[in-house]
Design a protein around this ligand. Sequence first.
Ligand code: C2E
Ligand code: CA
Ligand code: CA
Length: 599
Amino acid sequence: MIPPAHGELPGLTAHATLADVAAEICPVYGLDERARSALRTSFRLAGGDRRQRGSDLRDLLLTADGDIAGDIEALGAFLEIFAALPEADFAAEWLTELAQAWKRLRRTGCTVDLPLRAARTLADLGSQRLLADRETLSALELEMINALAAAGMCIAELLSRDTRRGSLAMAIDDVVDQGIGKVLGRQLETAMAAGHAAGEAATIGLLVLRLRLDSSALSFDLVQRDAILDAAVERLREVLRESDLLVRTELHGCAILLPALRSSAQVQLAARKVMQALELPFVINGVVARAIFALGVVWAPDHGRRPDELIRCAELAVETALRGEQSTVIFDQQLLVEARYEADLEKEFLFALENGQLAVHLQPQVDLKTRRCVGAELLMRWRTRDGHDVPPWHIPEVAHRLGAGPQLTRWLVFSACRTLAELSEAGVDIDVSVNLMGRDLMDQELPMLLEQAINFWRVQPARLTIELIESAVLGDPVAGAAVMDKLIALGVSTSIDDFGIGYSSILYLRQLPLHELKIDRVFVDAMSRSREDKEIVAALIRLAHGLDLHVVAEGVEDERTAELLRDMGCDYGQGYWIGKAMPASAMPAWVASWNRQAG
Ligand code: C2E
Ligand code: CA
Ligand code: CA
């Protein structure tokens, strides 16, 4: 991909309007003209005005989930607008109205997944009205129900993006601390104008701070987040100068304007002070909370000469910090290049998905005792049109950012079943494992999707294994276990991937419905060199067997390791010594030749 000219801002920044974003993601959810017209018809036929639907929705949601926090009035107002979805047809004004009602509702402490639940309930409501107590559906009716469900999901995704983006630009008009946001906007302008007037001498710093919410251990609820942020602001006021300006922004963060500095070194110094001040844990209502923050650092005039430029650069920096390992990211032109690359990948992804550019590769797994091939792990590959290979671990991230995570999962689940069917057709009876993400597991529709795929390709469910990484399952072990139970009820197996490198407690392992444990290749790789690593692998094998799980060792790169593992009682092996991932079509010949050698 061609890198962008320096200084050019990527298209997919926080400043696209909701309507722009809707136009972009509706097709992703299959909401074309036809679906939208089906949508409008659905409620015309079903009757009921938006007020009625809103209050029905509210009643249903409250019965289904009594602990919807938040003020009933705000909830009612939001749902009433939400329920106008079929007629509103994604009109810009309606989207704005909805987003505003959502913001008000969120302030009253409601949970972030409410739009998704509302979407599902609305779709159910629509289909109930439509169906009444009939048993059959016409094609048009089916289309209407599908459109309704898709539209609901699309809205939920839009709102969650709007929330996640939490652009500082929006936040400025919307700070918790009434009015101060406007002051920051103005101050930034004033400070920059003063900087211009003073020539190159004056530097203006802007720091954007956000609470990290990605790690499950840190998933505070909205009220706790607010309390942490309040406490953080308190601390920061102590370390900042009188002339610095600090405002709370939407989205678990704050912005700090540092006017009239002598040099950029002072901005960096202030950034260090800010992060140091936040290092110690907070005590919220008598409970110790360890909060982790991300900080984006920019300064004028080097990074931008206009307030909006500076704000965008700061957002990009803080988003980079949130995504990566570093807690503080100083803006750099390279970030723009990367952001543009990511934006291009996002555009390319939908093309890839629709045009069969994602490929299925298989990596063999063998029984270490008999040496015969017993299974294969499905690993996806994506080569873009300009011939560049996207690292496979990055693909789910791109899809997720785009709101196309569910489409990717669908593709994966269907590909796994198709692969099984094709292998079986070729006379190769081996298992196939497919990697899913934690978010997939939290999707209540996963079991249904899997069932559809199994039935469609008529495969034996027992041949299919779902691999999940430990953090995916253990983030919310109760909910995770519930979905895993449903998957197992379909007859598929479950496997815990990359075991040993996460932070999770072994105790949880016992409570999960699992069949298999995969030892991460870092341990396997180090095994032949280090006694300690060999001990770890031995302990993991014992642990797994003690829990009635079978064990797969990943990263078997030489024969000696395979033998060591076999002697330690490890059941299966996977790794470059056995075979690298290959196109699925090459697998039957590989299996035949490998098994011939194995005898
Ligand atoms: P993973 O699930 O741990 O997959 C195993 C990775 O280890 C594969 O890399 C495989 O090629 C590599 N590997 C296998 N044997 C050896 C070995 O002996 N030595 C070394 N050094 N490496 C070995 P790959 O295909 O690049 O995939 C990387 C990661 O990308 C996967 O890690 C997984 O997290 C993600 N990924 C790949 N395909 C999918 C998919 O279909 N769905 C999801 N959600 N993630 C995927
Ligand atoms: Ca895996
Ligand atoms: Ca793995």
